[in-house]
Design a protein around this ligand. Structure first.
Ligand code: ZN
Length: 378
């Protein structure tokens, strides 16, 4: 579902609306890993009608939430479903909120493919959430979470029931991941550098996709139902992340750096190297797994040609570092090859980098283990 949010008109208001910080969003983006599962193409061998797909989405959601089956069914029957044949002049599927007096209207374009069945489940999730929400304002990320939870319920239901379309649905879902977790994530990462970036509804998808998957796997039935209804705050959903990189800043236990020693520049270089190594030990994306000799040689050469930056907090504790390369052909282009901010200071590190490299031409960022192998850094 795509609709205009009067509450957000740029990155800053979008973050405020969801009580998010750039660092928290950045953490979600940095944790994305490309899974490359979309190689399998859905065969589209389904014969389900749109009404059947709607009924299937309802069955799947009631199976997931047996304790709330009645409210789901009641909502499903109240919702008005409009199917548009392919070729008719409509945009994406959408769910129209006609509250408070009327149940939502769901409009879908349906051409009998696995992707269409997923889209029906998606809109079904939106419409049920809206119907049961009682007119309460639900921020867009929480709306998309409900839609994605409904998709996941359909996947689980069809897999458990050994449905002949289960594999196709899974393949269509993986193909969608490439959009939500790659293209949309890239757009969001780019926007993060500037609080004034004009709002795009697509920013909601990446965060919602990640949080829906995490909640679906990790939450108990009652909490998951509240998440579906949009009653669990985004910050809380992110905080339940048990992985190492929680969005809240982790305590920085490193010691403050002493003032540079003017008489002994070699000591300063050792200190810088030591700080980068300590930051890398806490940052999991690869460097601490390298041979120590290679690691040392690489950092030493960055220090020699002044293509490294360590960022400090006000108390002079190192909070992150970055290294970059100049493009061999075009001297104005810079590729940032590593940004390590183990305590959640990605945004601060980006700011320092930005002011340091602001004279440069195009600045590209390489993410060795994320879906976004190359992206414009700002
Ligand atoms: Zn949606």
């Amino acid at each position: 579902m795509q609709r205009i949010d009067i509450m957000a008109n740029d990155l800053r208001t979008w973050l405020e609306l969801h009580c998010l910080t750039p660092a928290a969003v950045s953490t979600v983006l940095n944790d994305l890993t490309p899974e490359g599962r979309a190689a399998q193409t859905p065969s589209n061998a389904t014969t389900l009608s749109a009404k059947d797909a709607w009924a299937l989405a309802m069955e799947a959601l009631t199976k997931k939430f047996p304790g709330n089956a009645q409210s789901i069914e009641r909502a499903a029957h109240a919702i008005e479903l409009e199917c548009v044949a392919e070729g008719e002049d409509v945009q994406q599927p959408f769910t129209l909120d006609r509250s408070p007096d009327k149940a939502p209207l769901v409009s879908i374009r349906y051409s009998v493919s696995a992707a269409d069945i997923l889209a029906v489940a998606h809109e079904f999730g939106h419409a049920v959430q809206l119907t049961l929400g009682g007119g309460r304002f639900i921020p867009p990320i929480q709306r998309e979470i409900a839609a994605f939870l409904s998709e996941l319920a359909l996947l689980e239901y069809s897999a458990t029931a050994h449905s002949p379309i289960a594999a196709d649905l899974q393949a269509a879902h993986s193909a969608d991941d490439l959009v939500y977790l790659h293209a949309d994530a890239t757009q969001l990462a780019r926007a993060l550098g500037d609080p004034g970036t004009p709002y795009s509804y697509r920013w909601n998808y990446t965060i919602a996709r990640v949080l829906a998957a995490k909640s679906y796997d990790g939450q108990g039935a009652d909490t998951l139902w509240n998440t579906f209804l949009g009653k669990e705050g985004i910050t809380r959903l992110m905080a339940t992340d048990r992985r190492k990189h929680v969005p809240h800043k982790t305590e920085n236990y490193l010691l403050p750096a002493p003032k540079p020693d003017r008489d002994h520049p070699a000591i300063n270089r050792y200190r810088s190297l030591g700080m980068m190594a300590l930051l890398d030990i806490d940052y999991w994306k690869g460097e601490s797994e390298r041979e120590i000799g290679d690691y040392y040689a690489a950092l030493r050469s960055h220090m020699q040609d002044k293509s490294a930056l360590i960022a400090f907090a006000e108390d002079m504790k190192p909070i992150g570092y970055a290294i970059w390369e100049r493009h061999p052909e075009s001297s104005g282009d810079i590729r940032i090859t590593r940004q390590a901010a183990p305590f959640g200071h990605h945004f601060e590190l980006q700011k320092r980098l930005r002011s340091r490299l602001s004279e440069a031409g195009t600045v590209m960022s390489i993410h060795a283990r994320s879906a976004r192998e190359v992206q414009a850094a700002w």
